[in-house]
Design a protein around this ligand. Sequence first.
Ligand code: SF4
Ligand code: SF4
Length: 296
Amino acid sequence: MVKELPVIYLQTAACSGCAVTMLNSASPTIKNVLIDQIVPGVHINLKFHPVVMAAAGELAIGVMEDTAKKQKGEYVLVVDGAVPTADGGVYGAVGERDGKPVTMQQRVIELSRDALAVIAMGTCASFGGIPAAPPNPTGCVSVQKALESAGIKKPLINIPGCPPHPDWFVGTVAGIILNGLPKPEELDDFLRPRAFYGKLIHENCPRRAYFDEGKFAKKFGDDGCLYELGCKGPITHADCPLRKWNGGTNWVIGAGAPCNGCTQPEFPNETAPFYEKLVDVDLPVVGAYWANKEVK
Ligand code: SF4
Ligand code: SF4
């Protein structure tokens, strides 16, 4: 018999970009993810997803609430977006109960309480992202903060990115199906899977030789490292240079634009201005290695 992993995908304060990136998964395709067995004997049963489900209104909310009740402790809750908390959370609602809107904050808390685990999909869910950037009138916070303020301790995995690469999400879900929840050592200090976020962009960048030689692009389209044009690769953890985007076609720096640091907790506020250089990165001194070597 095929085992099912029920998934509730909740959208809170967000732009839908993270949902769209998931739909762009190339290998496996989203059809494989949703309909086929992602590993032999197990498949995902996507119970609720505001962007892709056919049902709407009470019918859709009913399936979501039923899943939480009947499959308590078995489903994965994915939250895509930050959680508005100002003024009792009135700035965002998902469905109604007894004729009154249920706030996004309430939904995240209720559904997390009974979930097997929670995945924060995208930088807004992981760290607050754009909705939580100052002046933040809606009091948006990350999923982690929302759960902490409600005293909920639940396994949480952050998949940041604006948007995240589809592989980062699909690979994490497949990992849960194959091996269970990630062990603490498989996540970094910001609860990101090390498998995808373990290295700096700068470590694997094809323009790194230019950086080491001090050859910097002065305008877009120049050869050279994009550091002077605002690249945040030296402080940003992700495997974009190796994995690339759009089915492995290209990626940001490959297309000549600087990395904006979208997977970092500091994004967007502290990684902006995006086209101004980082100030506190040590620039290499060309030839320093040889100058310090003893001549034999
Ligand atoms: S600063 Fe940016 S462009 Fe330059 S080597 Fe590092 S990651 Fe690549
Ligand atoms: S290159 Fe940088 S800005 Fe672009 S997706 Fe990767 S981490 Fe985000």
